[in-house]
Design a protein around this ligand. Structure first.
Ligand code: GLU
Ligand code: MG
Length: 439
């Protein structure tokens, strides 16, 4: 085990500096380990166009970032590196040539939001669950159901074991692995951490899943929708909010045991939900995943243990409640840059606190079973139905513009709009194929 905090030099031959762009793609540059100190100080040069790269490697246009001139640096955060003993993955911060945070750096945005919470005496704990679909070399899914079945667990045993072993080697604690509902679909959850660290882990987990898949000769897809008739892959985000050692989603006298601040934070998430969808669901195929009856959410609401609500309050078993109560955000998939997701979630939640927002009534049933009139009375609106609609909510979000800053916000909108335009008129089946192995 060679997890690296403060290990100097890193136990690795190669260091891959990785950052995630606005299109949700993890981009990387690799240096020999002898360059570790250089990479952590001067940083490795890269073009500014990455701010406007989309999920298909095409450039959008914003703030002149698309021009071939200019330079930014990928600065290795060695303390956050993980290594398998040969090859280290090192989260990179994007800085300008003077070493200052680059305005379009999503990791810096996430860190700023984590600090904004800290100045209010608050702390976030977060973790992403990751779903994916894997097929053997002959095209057969790695399990043929029964969903969540013992037999499916055995059939996919080599994959599950491989992922757990690799994550353990990298120093990441696995909470659980299991076969999911669809043939070949699997899920892994890892332990929670602070927001930036949770996003770092999401990148490592996705890479571990693909790496193990490659070793086993599999086709691995984390795409939100591998085929129009397949069930989707989500990367739900679990969120808990803490003041000192107190979990603000439990032990309070508000609804379902939430504290007043917990309710306000959740109200902030609900208020900004449409814009958050654009952040967490970055690809056109993300919107083939969202919908009623699939536990992915179709209507903006919250509910205790409500798997059709995009914001599901999880109380957990009574003995664990104080430590474990959390809110699950379901409108996130592997196309969503995890740094942008955690940063935007914190920004939206803090806005709820700052404005003392009131949380709307809980939705205790499947909102799809309500009539339109009933939903209107309950204040439950449909979620954006496509990338364009979600992006227009993002554009209108003063909270996220303020939190991200103009450059990041505009670059993100440019990337989303370019990708939405590119998908215009393309059949779902072709879109699914286009994105199948992108994330
Ligand atoms: N596969 C579902 C999704 O796309 C989630 C199922 C679950 O609740 O774990 O989000
Ligand atoms: Mg799942």
């Amino acid at each position: 085990m060679v997890r690296s905090p403060a290990v100097q030099p890193l136990d690795a031959e190669l260091l891959t500096l990785v950052f995630v762009d606005n299109g949700g793609i993890a981009r990387a540059k690799t240096v020999p380990a002898a360059r570790a100190v250089y990479a952590a100080t001067a940083g490795i040069g890269a073009s500014t166009v990455f701010a406007v790269f989309d999920g298909l490697d095409v450039m959008g246009s914003a703030h002149g970032l698309e021009v071939p001139t200019g330079d930014m640096r990928l600065r290795a955060d060695l303390e956050a590196a993980v290594s398998d003993g040969t090859w280290a993955l090192v989260p990179a911060d994007l800085v300008d040539t003077e070493g200052a945070p680059w305005p379009a750096c999503s990791r810096a945005f996430a860190r700023r939001m984590e600090e904004a919470a800290a100045t209010r005496g608050l702390r976030l704990e977060m973790t992403f669950e990751t779903e994916w679909i894997a097929r053997r070399a002959d095209g057969a899914p790695v399990h043929q159901q029964p969903a969540y079945g013992l037999e499916a667990t055995r059939a996919a045993g080599d994959v599950l074991l491989g992922v757990v072993r690799r994550l353990q080697l990298l120093g990441i604690d696995v909470d659980q692995v299991h076969p999911e509902y669809a043939p070949g679909q699997l899920e892994v959850s890892v332990s929670r951490s602070g927001a930036v660290a949770a996003a770092d882990r999401a990148v490592v987990v996705r890479d571990a899943i693909r790496t193990v898949g490659r070793e086993l000769g599999l086709f691995t897809s984390l795409s939100p929708k591998v085929a129009p008739d397949a069930l989707g892959n989500g990367t739900h985000l679990h969120i808990s909010l803490w003041r000192d050692d107190r979990n603000l989603f439990a032990g309070g006298d508000g609804r379902r045991g939430m504290t007043a601040e917990g309710e306000q934070f959740l109200a902030g998430l609900l208020t900004a939900l449409d814009a958050l969808v654009a952040v967490g669901c970055a690809s056109p195929v993300s919107y083939l995943r969202l919908g009623p009856g699939r536990w992915t959410a179709a209507y903006a609401c919250w509910g205790l243990e409500n798997r059709e609500a995009p914001l599901r309050l999880i109380q957990g078993s009574s003995v664990l409640r104080a430590a474990g109560a959390n809110v699950e955000l379901k409108t996130v998939d592997a196309s969503g840059n995890p740094y942008l997701v955690v940063g935007a979630v914190i920004a939206a939640g803090l806005e709820g606190l700052d404005r003392g927002l009131t949380l709307q009534a809980e939705c205790e049933i499947d909102p799809a079973t309500m009539s339109e009139g009933q939903r209107a009375v309950a204040g439950i609106a449909p979620l954006p139905v496509d990338l364009r609609a979600a992006t227009s909510a993002l554009r209108d979000s003063a909270v996220l513009r303020q939190a991200m800053g103009d450059v990041l916000h505009d670059a993100l909108i440019a990337v989303r709009m370019r990708e939405a335009g590119d998908a215009q008129g393309v059949a779902d089946v072709d879109l699914c194929e286009r994105y199948r192995f992108r994330y």
